[in-house]
Design a protein around this ligand. Structure first.
Ligand code: ADP
Ligand code: MG
Length: 739
């Protein structure tokens, strides 16, 4: 969180001493004052780091390149990743080789160079009143020699270890001690991440710390407050100026905790404020088409063409959406449901409601394979009702495309299914009432937003995802969407059995696969080919294909991957879907959405190369019929600890939410699959979504509390909030049109 507002600052002082909700002083309306205000406000953000003493053009360039630090403000918001306690100075008598880093105070004598060539090193004796230890250096000998002085008292910091029965300290941190002069490295000492490149230029953690020290000494003013005073008072928060100084130079653990609390809470609060305010805006300004009736299409389908009984969860979510679409507000709903829970059917039923009200509907899927599959299933189901459905993808032929365009415009085409191709400006609807986005995490924010704009009055929007998102993350990323959950699988499904094999059990695996094929089942074999241009991976895939053909000479083996022409892909998929081929060797192009209920085995080759969510998605391709299904994770024998854990989790549970939580814990939310694109609205600099979920709740409540009194942040007491939001939003644009 940045933004430093003088206005807030002044306001803060007023109301800290007066009443919390005192209105801002009227001089703020004065144009000259505003001008000055703007100048002061932007001060920290516009002060170029290059001019901070100790930086200069070279270091400034390095800071910019490596850490994106350009201004004073950027540096202030570059938070430490850990603290080491340097408040205590030990005596030499107290220390032993089992201790972590400790501090000593004393004098250095007997500095000498010993050994030759690679064994060359430097030693010295460090003594205080209670004894002495040996210091050792292997690197930077010249520097050490030049900088140490036998008369001086030093503070030393390092890890004691025992060597040949006596204590020594290798490469200690040394700093001259001067009576009465405040030390930079006293108390809890902040440590900063720096890169190799920076370290090579002596811009290490300590140097960053020093720069901050200089900055705070040079910057005389108080850092302007970014929260209104009434919130600070009500929640007993540390003021911003103190919090920022404290995180870099904490006096003690207690104050540090208070400072970190304030900064984390602020970050999480602003995320929630942003989302909830947008929601308010939307409901205030955006009217929704009213789908007032459930008509013939819906009833006819429900009574005569429904392929199976809906699960209770499916019925519930359809009811929820029906309610939204009849309310006069625009629907913005996220439909979550684990893989195989039957989201497509629920989506189809809501499309029928749109059609019943004389609107068109469209459905966008992230891959051509998936779009085609949806098209085939949906057309099958609704053609008997006389509904016109078309498919539009990048490979739709020009002539076909012309017909689609024409029918879309005159309204005879009622349902359009497709890929990104739907987004293009040339796709114009007659009356688009409902947009459905399948596997929404696959789409960028911009792409979704463009669909949203396809009608003068925005259509209802339903986004669907099988990627289970941990609650905390859902709150931050999709906090303004209403959420429906299909938490029940269609009846008769048996939980998928997952096993982890090392490559040496391939013969056993093949025997098992043969058994399954003999029972009439089909098999997926997936190779990691995440980037379709990786040559090595491609070789593995084609070799895998050849191997399977040889190992299963009596069966039909087919293959799909991203480099194939769309028509060939379709043909290969069709061969598998129809049951003509028993084995499909594929890349992750089949990861999402693909539905072949007769396939009962998913073999994942080099499973160590996939993330947890991806493994779960892939596994979700089986277990879609009534048969017992299996997922086999093949890996090398030698595995990293983390990888072993991933495999264990997959074997242990089928629960997508549990897997998502584990994934977030192991990799951190920024890296969570399926959220890279939608991402967070703002970069988190200090809070952590998996560790600070309780704080997120507090932040959410705080945002609700503010917006309850001032839904669009128009009151003067909240000026600082709307200004800060604008500033933050500038860092990431337009993420919020849809979700
Ligand atoms: P996902 O939620 O992963 O998109 P799908 O919509 O592809 O799941 O549905 C998975 C499978 O379950 C499909 O074969 C679909 O026909 C079937 N299915 C959906 N709803 C039901 C139901 N109520 N009863 C039985 N099978 C169903
Ligand atoms: Mg699906």
């Amino acid at each position: 969180m940045r933004a430093l507002s003088k206005k807030a600052h002044k306001y803060h002082h007023q109301s800290i001493t007066q009443m919390p909700s005192t209105p801002v002083h009227s001089s703020f309306a004065n144009p000259i004052f505003l001008l000055i205000l703007r100048f002061i406000m932007s001060e920290l953000a516009t002060l170029n780091i290059m001019y901070l003493p100790g930086v200069g053009p070279h270091r400034a360039e390095l800071l910019k390149q490596e850490l994106r630090i350009v201004s004073y403000e950027d540096l202030i918001y570059y938070f430490p990743y850990k603290y080491i306690d340097r408040s205590r100075i030990y005596t030499i008598r107290e220390i032993d080789g089992s201790m972590q880093n400790i501090q000593l105070k004393g004098k250095i004598t007997d500095l000498r160079t010993i050994g030759e060539g690679r064994a060359k090193r430097m030693t010295a004796t460090f003594s205080d009143a209670t004894g002495s230890v040996e210091l050792v250096w292997f690197k930077g000998l010249k520097f050490v020699k030049g900088s140490l002085n036998a008369d001086h008292t030093y503070i030393l910091f390092g890890k004691p270890s025992v060597f040949n029965g006596s204590i020594n300290i290798v490469h200690p941190d040394i700093e001259p001690y001067e009576e009465g002069k405040p030390r930079i490295e006293a108390g809890l000492q902040a440590h900063y991440n720096t890169t190799e490149k920076m370290k090579n230029k002596f811009l290490n953690s300590k140097a960053i710390h020093k720069l901050l020290h200089t900055l705070f000494i040079n910057y005389k003013g108080k850092i302007p407050e970014t929260l209104p005073a009434y919130l600070i008072e009500r929640h007993k928060l540390m003021i911003l100026d103190e919090a920022l100084r404290t995180v870099h130079f904490p006096k003690d653990n207690q104050t540090l905790e208070k400072a970190r609390f304030r900064l984390k809470l602020e970050e999480l609060f602003y995320i929630q404020l942003n989302i909830l305010k947008l929601k308010n805006q939307r409901t205030a300004y955006t009217k929704g088409h009213i789908f007032g009736k459930i008509g013939d299409y819906f009833h006819h389908f429900y009574n005569e063409h429904l392929p199976f009984q809906l699960t209770n969860a499916q019925k519930r979510v359809i009811r929820e959406m029906r309610h939204d679409m009849g309310s006069g507000h625009q629907m913005n709903r996220l439909l979550q449901g684990d893989v195989g829970s039957g989201k497509t059917l629920a989506a189809l039923m809501v499309m029928l409601i749109a059609l019943d009200n004389n609107f068109q509907a469209c459905m966008m899927a992230p891959t051509e394979i998936l779009a085609t599959q949806h098209y085939v299933t949906i057309r099958q189901m609704v053609e008997p009702l006389g509904i016109k459905v078309s498919l539009l993808t990048g490979s739709t032929k020009k002539k076909e495309r012309q017909i689609i365009d024409q029918e879309l415009r005159n309204g005879t085409l009622q349902i359009l299914i497709g890929t990104h191709a739907l987004i293009e400006d040339t796709v114009v609807f007659n009356s688009l009432g409902l947009v459905i986005i399948d596997e929404q995490h696959r789409f960028g924010v911009e792409q979704r937003a463009r669909l949203w704009k396809k009608n003068a009055q925005p259509p209802h929007v339903l986004v669907m995802t099988a990627t289970p998102i941990p609650r905390t993350l859902a709150m931050t990323v999709y906090g303004d969407l209403d959420v429906s959950v299909i938490d029940e699988l269609p009846p008769g499904r048996k939980p998928i059995q997952t096993v982890h094999y090392f490559h040496n059990r391939r013969n056993q695996l093949n025997r098992f696969l043969r058994q399954e094929i003999d029972k009439g089942r089909q098999i997926y074999v997936v190779y990691p080919l995440i980037d379709e241009s990786e040559k090595m991976d491609f070789k593995n895939l084609s070799e895998g294909y050849e191997y399977m053909k040889k190992a299963f000479p009596d069966n039909e083996v087919t293959m799909v991957h991203g480099r194939m022409k769309p028509a060939d892909k379709d043909a290969a998929m069709a061969e598998f879907a129809s049951g003509k081929a028993q084995i499909l060797v594929a890349t992750t192009v089949i990861e999402v959405g693909v539905n072949v209920p007769n396939a009962s085995v998913m073999v994942i080759e080099s499973a160590e190369r996939f993330g947890l969510s991806q493994l779960h998605q892939l596994r979700g391709r089986v277990g879609r019929g009534a048969e017992q299904s299996y997922c086999i994770l093949m890996t090398d024998y030698k595995l990293a600890e983390e990888t072993r854990k991933r495999m264990e989790i997959m074997v242990r549970t089928n629960d997508g939410f549990e897997i998502a939580e584990a994934d977030m814990k192991m990799r951190g939310p920024g890296d969570l699959e399926g959220t890279q694109q939608s991402g967070l609205p703002f970069e988190l600099k200090i809070a952590n979504l998996s560790r600070d979920s309780r704080l997120l709740q507090v932040g959410r409540q705080m945002a609700e509390e503010v917006l309850k009194n001032d839904p669009l942040l128009e009151k003067q007491e909240n000026f600082v909030l709307s200004k800060q939001l604008k500033k933050l939003a500038r860092q990431k644009i337009n993420w919020s049109m849809i979700s």
